[in-house]
Design a protein around this ligand. Structure first.
Ligand code: PLP
Length: 386
Protein backbone atom coordinates (compact mmCIF):
# COMPACT_ATOMS: atom_id res chain seq x y z
CA UNK A 1 0.00 0.00 0.00
CA UNK A 2 1.95 2.98 -1.24
CA UNK A 3 -0.15 5.65 0.42
CA UNK A 4 -0.97 3.91 3.73
CA UNK A 5 2.32 4.91 5.32
CA UNK A 6 1.48 8.54 4.76
CA UNK A 7 -2.01 8.26 6.16
CA UNK A 8 -1.25 6.00 9.13
CA UNK A 9 0.14 8.73 11.36
CA UNK A 10 -3.15 10.60 11.61
CA UNK A 11 -5.66 7.74 11.51
CA UNK A 12 -7.16 5.76 14.35
CA UNK A 13 -6.16 2.05 14.46
CA UNK A 14 -8.05 0.03 11.86
CA UNK A 15 -10.25 -2.88 12.78
CA UNK A 16 -10.11 -4.73 9.46
CA UNK A 17 -7.97 -4.68 6.34
CA UNK A 18 -10.97 -3.43 4.32
CA UNK A 19 -11.62 -0.43 6.52
CA UNK A 20 -7.89 0.30 6.55
CA UNK A 21 -7.87 0.49 2.77
CA UNK A 22 -11.06 2.53 2.61
CA UNK A 23 -9.78 5.09 5.10
CA UNK A 24 -6.23 5.33 3.90
CA UNK A 25 -6.50 5.77 0.15
CA UNK A 26 -7.61 9.30 -0.49
CA UNK A 27 -10.80 10.68 1.03
CA UNK A 28 -13.60 9.60 -1.25
CA UNK A 29 -16.72 11.82 -1.17
CA UNK A 30 -19.40 10.35 1.10
CA UNK A 31 -21.89 10.51 -1.79
CA UNK A 32 -19.65 8.30 -3.89
CA UNK A 33 -18.75 6.00 -1.01
CA UNK A 34 -22.46 5.25 -0.53
CA UNK A 35 -23.17 4.55 -4.21
CA UNK A 36 -24.39 1.21 -5.46
CA UNK A 37 -22.36 -0.05 -8.42
CA UNK A 38 -24.17 -0.14 -11.77
CA UNK A 39 -24.95 -3.80 -12.48
CA UNK A 40 -24.74 -4.65 -16.16
CA UNK A 41 -26.50 -7.73 -17.52
CA UNK A 42 -24.49 -10.92 -17.11
CA UNK A 43 -22.48 -11.95 -20.19
CA UNK A 44 -23.33 -15.33 -21.73
CA UNK A 45 -19.68 -16.42 -21.27
CA UNK A 46 -19.84 -15.66 -17.56
CA UNK A 47 -23.00 -17.74 -17.13
CA UNK A 48 -21.31 -20.57 -19.04
CA UNK A 49 -18.36 -20.52 -16.65
CA UNK A 50 -20.49 -20.19 -13.52
CA UNK A 51 -22.84 -23.05 -14.39
CA UNK A 52 -20.39 -25.12 -16.41
CA UNK A 53 -22.64 -25.09 -19.48
CA UNK A 54 -22.23 -24.33 -23.18
CA UNK A 55 -24.11 -22.14 -25.63
CA UNK A 56 -25.74 -19.77 -23.20
CA UNK A 57 -27.68 -16.85 -24.68
CA UNK A 58 -27.88 -13.37 -23.18
CA UNK A 59 -31.30 -11.73 -23.08
CA UNK A 60 -30.26 -9.49 -20.22
CA UNK A 61 -29.23 -6.06 -21.56
CA UNK A 62 -31.88 -5.05 -24.10
CA UNK A 63 -29.35 -5.33 -26.85
CA UNK A 64 -30.40 -5.52 -30.49
CA UNK A 65 -29.81 -9.14 -31.58
CA UNK A 66 -28.75 -7.91 -35.03
CA UNK A 67 -25.39 -6.29 -35.84
CA UNK A 68 -25.23 -2.60 -36.80
CA UNK A 69 -26.30 -1.68 -40.36
CA UNK A 70 -23.59 -2.43 -42.95
CA UNK A 71 -23.04 1.27 -43.71
CA UNK A 72 -22.26 1.85 -40.03
CA UNK A 73 -19.69 -0.96 -39.90
CA UNK A 74 -17.98 0.46 -43.00
CA UNK A 75 -17.95 4.01 -41.67
CA UNK A 76 -16.46 2.91 -38.35
CA UNK A 77 -13.74 0.89 -40.09
CA UNK A 78 -12.88 3.94 -42.20
CA UNK A 79 -12.87 6.24 -39.16
CA UNK A 80 -10.25 4.00 -37.51
CA UNK A 81 -7.75 5.38 -39.99
CA UNK A 82 -7.99 8.78 -38.29
CA UNK A 83 -7.64 7.27 -34.83
CA UNK A 84 -4.47 9.28 -34.19
CA UNK A 85 -6.32 12.60 -34.54
CA UNK A 86 -8.60 13.97 -31.82
CA UNK A 87 -12.19 13.94 -32.94
CA UNK A 88 -14.50 16.97 -32.94
CA UNK A 89 -15.20 17.48 -29.23
CA UNK A 90 -18.74 18.69 -29.89
CA UNK A 91 -19.62 16.11 -32.56
CA UNK A 92 -20.83 19.05 -34.66
CA UNK A 93 -21.65 17.04 -37.78
CA UNK A 94 -23.80 14.63 -35.76
CA UNK A 95 -25.65 17.52 -34.11
CA UNK A 96 -26.28 19.09 -37.51
CA UNK A 97 -27.52 15.84 -39.04
CA UNK A 98 -29.84 15.23 -36.09
CA UNK A 99 -31.14 18.81 -36.08
CA UNK A 100 -31.83 18.53 -39.79
CA UNK A 101 -33.67 15.25 -39.41
CA UNK A 102 -35.64 16.41 -36.35
CA UNK A 103 -36.34 19.88 -37.74
CA UNK A 104 -34.78 21.59 -34.76
CA UNK A 105 -32.19 24.33 -34.44
CA UNK A 106 -28.72 22.87 -33.97
CA UNK A 107 -28.56 24.72 -30.61
CA UNK A 108 -31.38 22.45 -29.41
CA UNK A 109 -29.40 19.24 -29.88
CA UNK A 110 -26.50 17.73 -27.96
CA UNK A 111 -24.70 14.44 -28.42
CA UNK A 112 -23.18 12.25 -25.74
CA UNK A 113 -21.35 8.97 -25.23
CA UNK A 114 -24.66 7.15 -24.96
CA UNK A 115 -27.70 8.77 -23.45
CA UNK A 116 -26.44 7.56 -20.07
CA UNK A 117 -23.49 9.95 -20.36
CA UNK A 118 -25.96 12.77 -21.08
CA UNK A 119 -27.96 11.78 -18.01
CA UNK A 120 -24.80 12.06 -15.89
CA UNK A 121 -23.99 15.43 -17.50
CA UNK A 122 -27.52 16.60 -16.73
CA UNK A 123 -27.17 15.54 -13.10
CA UNK A 124 -23.76 17.23 -12.92
CA UNK A 125 -25.24 20.43 -14.33
CA UNK A 126 -28.38 20.56 -12.20
CA UNK A 127 -27.98 18.60 -8.96
CA UNK A 128 -26.32 20.09 -5.88
CA UNK A 129 -26.06 18.20 -2.59
CA UNK A 130 -29.53 18.17 -1.03
CA UNK A 131 -31.36 18.63 -4.32
CA UNK A 132 -33.97 16.10 -5.35
CA UNK A 133 -34.90 14.31 -8.54
CA UNK A 134 -38.25 12.55 -8.82
CA UNK A 135 -38.88 9.39 -10.82
CA UNK A 136 -41.51 6.68 -10.98
CA UNK A 137 -40.02 3.48 -9.56
CA UNK A 138 -39.08 0.84 -10.56
CA UNK A 139 -37.20 2.42 -13.42
CA UNK A 140 -33.74 2.76 -14.92
CA UNK A 141 -31.00 1.92 -12.44
CA UNK A 142 -28.66 4.63 -13.74
CA UNK A 143 -31.09 7.25 -12.34
CA UNK A 144 -30.24 6.79 -8.65
CA UNK A 145 -26.53 6.49 -9.39
CA UNK A 146 -26.28 9.65 -11.48
CA UNK A 147 -28.29 11.71 -8.98
CA UNK A 148 -26.61 10.33 -5.86
CA UNK A 149 -23.14 10.86 -7.38
CA UNK A 150 -23.86 14.57 -7.13
CA UNK A 151 -25.08 14.26 -3.54
CA UNK A 152 -28.72 14.52 -4.57
CA UNK A 153 -31.64 12.35 -3.52
CA UNK A 154 -33.78 10.35 -5.92
CA UNK A 155 -37.40 10.39 -4.76
CA UNK A 156 -39.04 7.20 -6.00
CA UNK A 157 -42.78 7.26 -6.71
CA UNK A 158 -44.31 3.75 -6.80
CA UNK A 159 -45.82 2.47 -10.05
CA UNK A 160 -49.51 1.57 -10.09
CA UNK A 161 -50.59 -2.05 -9.56
CA UNK A 162 -50.66 -2.34 -13.38
CA UNK A 163 -46.92 -1.43 -13.55
CA UNK A 164 -47.54 1.95 -15.15
CA UNK A 165 -46.49 5.45 -14.09
CA UNK A 166 -48.70 7.34 -11.68
CA UNK A 167 -48.01 10.83 -13.06
CA UNK A 168 -50.33 12.54 -10.56
CA UNK A 169 -48.22 11.06 -7.78
CA UNK A 170 -45.07 12.17 -9.59
CA UNK A 171 -46.41 15.75 -9.76
CA UNK A 172 -47.36 15.58 -6.07
CA UNK A 173 -43.80 14.49 -5.18
CA UNK A 174 -42.32 17.66 -6.71
CA UNK A 175 -41.25 20.09 -3.98
CA UNK A 176 -39.08 23.22 -3.72
CA UNK A 177 -36.06 20.93 -3.58
CA UNK A 178 -36.90 19.20 -6.88
CA UNK A 179 -34.58 19.96 -9.80
CA UNK A 180 -35.32 17.09 -12.15
CA UNK A 181 -38.13 14.71 -13.07
CA UNK A 182 -36.87 11.59 -14.84
CA UNK A 183 -39.39 9.71 -17.00
CA UNK A 184 -38.34 6.67 -19.01
CA UNK A 185 -41.01 5.92 -21.59
CA UNK A 186 -41.20 3.12 -22.54
CA UNK A 187 -39.96 2.35 -19.05
CA UNK A 188 -37.04 0.10 -18.27
CA UNK A 189 -37.62 -2.56 -16.86
CA UNK A 190 -41.42 -2.75 -17.09
CA UNK A 191 -41.73 -1.90 -20.82
CA UNK A 192 -44.86 0.15 -20.20
CA UNK A 193 -45.23 3.60 -21.74
CA UNK A 194 -47.06 6.85 -21.05
CA UNK A 195 -48.54 9.02 -23.79
CA UNK A 196 -47.08 12.39 -24.71
CA UNK A 197 -50.49 13.83 -23.78
CA UNK A 198 -50.06 12.51 -20.24
CA UNK A 199 -46.54 13.97 -20.01
CA UNK A 200 -47.95 17.27 -21.28
CA UNK A 201 -50.39 17.32 -18.37
CA UNK A 202 -47.57 16.59 -15.95
CA UNK A 203 -45.36 19.32 -17.41
CA UNK A 204 -48.24 21.80 -17.19
CA UNK A 205 -48.82 20.97 -13.52
CA UNK A 206 -45.30 21.49 -12.14
CA UNK A 207 -43.18 24.63 -11.81
CA UNK A 208 -41.39 25.77 -14.97
CA UNK A 209 -37.99 25.68 -13.27
CA UNK A 210 -38.17 21.91 -12.72
CA UNK A 211 -36.53 20.14 -15.63
CA UNK A 212 -38.38 17.11 -17.04
CA UNK A 213 -36.24 14.55 -18.87
CA UNK A 214 -38.28 12.27 -21.14
CA UNK A 215 -35.96 9.31 -21.70
CA UNK A 216 -36.98 7.63 -24.95
CA UNK A 217 -34.23 5.01 -25.22
CA UNK A 218 -36.83 2.58 -26.61
CA UNK A 219 -38.95 5.01 -28.61
CA UNK A 220 -38.48 3.20 -31.94
CA UNK A 221 -40.16 0.08 -30.54
CA UNK A 222 -43.20 1.91 -29.14
CA UNK A 223 -46.61 2.57 -30.66
CA UNK A 224 -46.29 5.86 -32.61
CA UNK A 225 -49.84 6.73 -31.48
CA UNK A 226 -48.40 7.46 -28.01
CA UNK A 227 -47.19 10.77 -29.44
CA UNK A 228 -43.90 12.58 -29.96
CA UNK A 229 -42.48 14.73 -27.15
CA UNK A 230 -40.06 16.45 -29.54
CA UNK A 231 -42.79 17.92 -31.73
CA UNK A 232 -45.50 18.21 -29.07
CA UNK A 233 -43.60 19.19 -25.90
CA UNK A 234 -40.42 21.05 -26.85
CA UNK A 235 -42.23 23.97 -28.56
CA UNK A 236 -44.47 24.39 -25.54
CA UNK A 237 -42.23 23.77 -22.52
CA UNK A 238 -38.72 25.23 -22.17
CA UNK A 239 -38.12 22.91 -19.21
CA UNK A 240 -38.59 19.62 -21.09
CA UNK A 241 -35.65 17.65 -22.50
CA UNK A 242 -35.91 14.48 -24.58
CA UNK A 243 -33.19 11.82 -24.66
CA UNK A 244 -32.78 9.22 -27.40
CA UNK A 245 -30.05 6.77 -28.33
CA UNK A 246 -28.53 4.72 -31.14
CA UNK A 247 -27.83 1.88 -28.69
CA UNK A 248 -31.05 -0.08 -28.85
CA UNK A 249 -32.96 0.36 -32.13
CA UNK A 250 -29.85 0.90 -34.27
CA UNK A 251 -27.79 -1.78 -32.55
CA UNK A 252 -24.90 0.56 -31.66
CA UNK A 253 -24.82 -0.16 -27.90
CA UNK A 254 -21.07 -0.69 -27.75
CA UNK A 255 -20.30 2.35 -29.91
CA UNK A 256 -21.80 4.74 -27.32
CA UNK A 257 -23.80 7.52 -28.87
CA UNK A 258 -26.99 9.14 -27.70
CA UNK A 259 -28.54 12.59 -27.94
CA UNK A 260 -30.70 15.06 -26.07
CA UNK A 261 -33.06 17.63 -27.53
CA UNK A 262 -33.93 20.62 -25.36
CA UNK A 263 -33.94 24.40 -24.99
CA UNK A 264 -30.53 25.86 -25.97
CA UNK A 265 -29.85 26.88 -22.34
CA UNK A 266 -30.28 23.29 -21.17
CA UNK A 267 -28.14 22.08 -24.06
CA UNK A 268 -25.36 24.49 -23.16
CA UNK A 269 -25.45 23.47 -19.49
CA UNK A 270 -25.21 19.80 -20.50
CA UNK A 271 -22.38 20.67 -22.91
CA UNK A 272 -20.35 22.34 -20.18
CA UNK A 273 -20.23 18.98 -18.41
CA UNK A 274 -19.12 17.04 -21.49
CA UNK A 275 -15.84 15.25 -20.85
CA UNK A 276 -13.46 16.34 -23.63
CA UNK A 277 -13.75 14.11 -26.73
CA UNK A 278 -16.08 11.73 -24.91
CA UNK A 279 -18.09 11.04 -28.06
CA UNK A 280 -15.19 9.41 -29.86
CA UNK A 281 -14.52 9.53 -33.59
CA UNK A 282 -15.80 6.01 -34.22
CA UNK A 283 -19.03 6.79 -32.41
CA UNK A 284 -19.49 9.99 -34.44
CA UNK A 285 -18.85 8.16 -37.72
CA UNK A 286 -21.29 5.44 -36.65
CA UNK A 287 -24.04 7.93 -35.79
CA UNK A 288 -23.63 9.84 -39.05
CA UNK A 289 -23.80 6.63 -41.07
CA UNK A 290 -26.79 5.41 -39.05
CA UNK A 291 -28.68 8.55 -40.08
CA UNK A 292 -28.16 7.76 -43.77
CA UNK A 293 -31.06 6.29 -45.76
CA UNK A 294 -29.62 2.80 -46.29
CA UNK A 295 -28.71 2.31 -42.65
CA UNK A 296 -32.02 3.71 -41.47
CA UNK A 297 -34.02 1.28 -43.61
CA UNK A 298 -31.85 -1.64 -42.49
CA UNK A 299 -32.38 -0.62 -38.87
CA UNK A 300 -36.12 -0.28 -39.49
CA UNK A 301 -36.27 -3.86 -40.79
CA UNK A 302 -34.62 -5.04 -37.57
CA UNK A 303 -37.01 -2.96 -35.47
CA UNK A 304 -39.99 -4.45 -37.32
CA UNK A 305 -38.64 -7.98 -36.77
CA UNK A 306 -38.11 -7.32 -33.06
CA UNK A 307 -41.61 -5.86 -32.67
CA UNK A 308 -43.13 -8.87 -34.43
CA UNK A 309 -41.21 -11.21 -32.14
CA UNK A 310 -42.26 -9.21 -29.09
CA UNK A 311 -45.87 -9.76 -30.11
CA UNK A 312 -45.26 -13.46 -30.57
CA UNK A 313 -43.45 -13.85 -27.21
CA UNK A 314 -46.07 -11.84 -25.32
CA UNK A 315 -48.87 -13.89 -26.89
CA UNK A 316 -47.12 -17.17 -26.06
CA UNK A 317 -46.61 -16.09 -22.44
CA UNK A 318 -50.23 -14.99 -22.16
CA UNK A 319 -51.38 -18.32 -23.64
CA UNK A 320 -49.33 -20.08 -20.94
CA UNK A 321 -51.16 -18.05 -18.31
CA UNK A 322 -48.54 -15.40 -17.51
CA UNK A 323 -49.78 -11.90 -16.81
CA UNK A 324 -47.50 -9.63 -18.85
CA UNK A 325 -47.83 -5.83 -18.84
CA UNK A 326 -48.13 -4.04 -22.18
CA UNK A 327 -44.69 -4.36 -23.81
CA UNK A 328 -43.69 -1.20 -25.72
CA UNK A 329 -39.90 -1.73 -25.81
CA UNK A 330 -37.60 -4.55 -26.95
CA UNK A 331 -38.21 -6.69 -23.87
CA UNK A 332 -40.97 -8.21 -21.76
CA UNK A 333 -41.42 -7.83 -18.01
CA UNK A 334 -42.48 -10.65 -15.76
CA UNK A 335 -43.58 -9.55 -12.32
CA UNK A 336 -42.52 -12.57 -10.26
CA UNK A 337 -42.10 -11.11 -6.78
CA UNK A 338 -40.52 -13.63 -4.39
CA UNK A 339 -39.97 -16.13 -7.18
CA UNK A 340 -37.70 -13.80 -9.13
CA UNK A 341 -34.30 -15.14 -8.07
CA UNK A 342 -35.35 -18.77 -8.32
CA UNK A 343 -36.78 -18.38 -11.84
CA UNK A 344 -33.77 -16.35 -12.96
CA UNK A 345 -31.28 -18.95 -11.72
CA UNK A 346 -33.35 -21.78 -13.19
CA UNK A 347 -33.24 -20.11 -16.61
CA UNK A 348 -29.56 -19.30 -16.28
CA UNK A 349 -28.57 -22.89 -15.39
CA UNK A 350 -30.23 -23.89 -18.65
CA UNK A 351 -28.31 -21.24 -20.55
CA UNK A 352 -30.87 -18.43 -20.80
CA UNK A 353 -29.49 -15.31 -19.13
CA UNK A 354 -32.18 -12.75 -18.22
CA UNK A 355 -32.06 -9.66 -16.00
CA UNK A 356 -33.38 -10.13 -12.47
CA UNK A 357 -34.63 -7.31 -10.24
CA UNK A 358 -34.44 -9.17 -6.98
CA UNK A 359 -37.80 -9.63 -5.28
CA UNK A 360 -39.61 -7.81 -8.09
CA UNK A 361 -39.35 -9.50 -11.46
CA UNK A 362 -37.31 -10.40 -14.52
CA UNK A 363 -36.75 -8.46 -17.71
CA UNK A 364 -36.31 -10.57 -20.83
CA UNK A 365 -34.89 -8.96 -23.97
CA UNK A 366 -36.45 -9.92 -27.30
CA UNK A 367 -33.77 -11.71 -29.33
CA UNK A 368 -33.78 -13.60 -32.61
CA UNK A 369 -36.72 -15.98 -33.20
CA UNK A 370 -34.51 -18.95 -32.21
CA UNK A 371 -33.41 -17.23 -28.99
CA UNK A 372 -36.99 -16.36 -28.12
CA UNK A 373 -38.11 -19.94 -28.69
CA UNK A 374 -35.35 -21.10 -26.40
CA UNK A 375 -36.50 -18.69 -23.70
CA UNK A 376 -40.14 -19.82 -24.01
CA UNK A 377 -39.39 -23.55 -23.85
CA UNK A 378 -36.88 -23.10 -21.02
CA UNK A 379 -39.29 -20.97 -19.02
CA UNK A 380 -41.94 -23.69 -19.35
CA UNK A 381 -39.44 -26.16 -17.81
CA UNK A 382 -38.51 -23.81 -14.99
CA UNK A 383 -41.75 -22.18 -13.83
CA UNK A 384 -45.51 -22.14 -14.18
CA UNK A 385 -47.81 -19.21 -13.44
CA UNK A 386 -49.31 -19.36 -9.95
C1 PLP B 1 -30.52 1.49 -22.45
C2 PLP B 1 -31.09 2.73 -21.82
C3 PLP B 1 -30.54 3.97 -22.06
C4 PLP B 1 -29.50 4.20 -23.11
O1 PLP B 1 -28.27 3.87 -22.85
P1 PLP B 1 -27.08 4.38 -23.77
O2 PLP B 1 -26.18 5.06 -22.81
O3 PLP B 1 -27.60 5.30 -24.81
O4 PLP B 1 -26.51 3.12 -24.33
C5 PLP B 1 -31.10 5.10 -21.52
N1 PLP B 1 -32.20 5.01 -20.76
C6 PLP B 1 -32.77 3.84 -20.50
C7 PLP B 1 -34.01 3.80 -19.70
C8 PLP B 1 -32.23 2.66 -21.01
O5 PLP B 1 -32.80 1.49 -20.72
Amino acid sequence: MRSSGVARGRLAPMSSPESHIAAAVGRVRPAVDALPAYKPGKAAEQAEREHNIAEAIKLASNENPYPPPAAVVEAVAEACRSGNIYCDHRATAVREALADRLQLAVEQVTVGAGSVALLYQLATAYIDPGDEAVTPWISFEAYPISVQTMGGTLVRVPLTAGHVFDLDAVAAAVTERTKLVLLATPNNPTGTAVSTAAVTELAASIPGDVLVLVDEAYREFADPALGDPVTELLPRFDNVAVARTFSKAYGLASLRVGYVMAHPEIVSAIDKCLIPFNVNGLAQAAALAALGDDAASEAQAHIDAIKAERGRVAAALAADGWDIPDAQANFVWMHLGDRTDEVCIGLERRGVVVRPFSGIGIRVTIGTPAQNDRFLTTLAEVAQPV
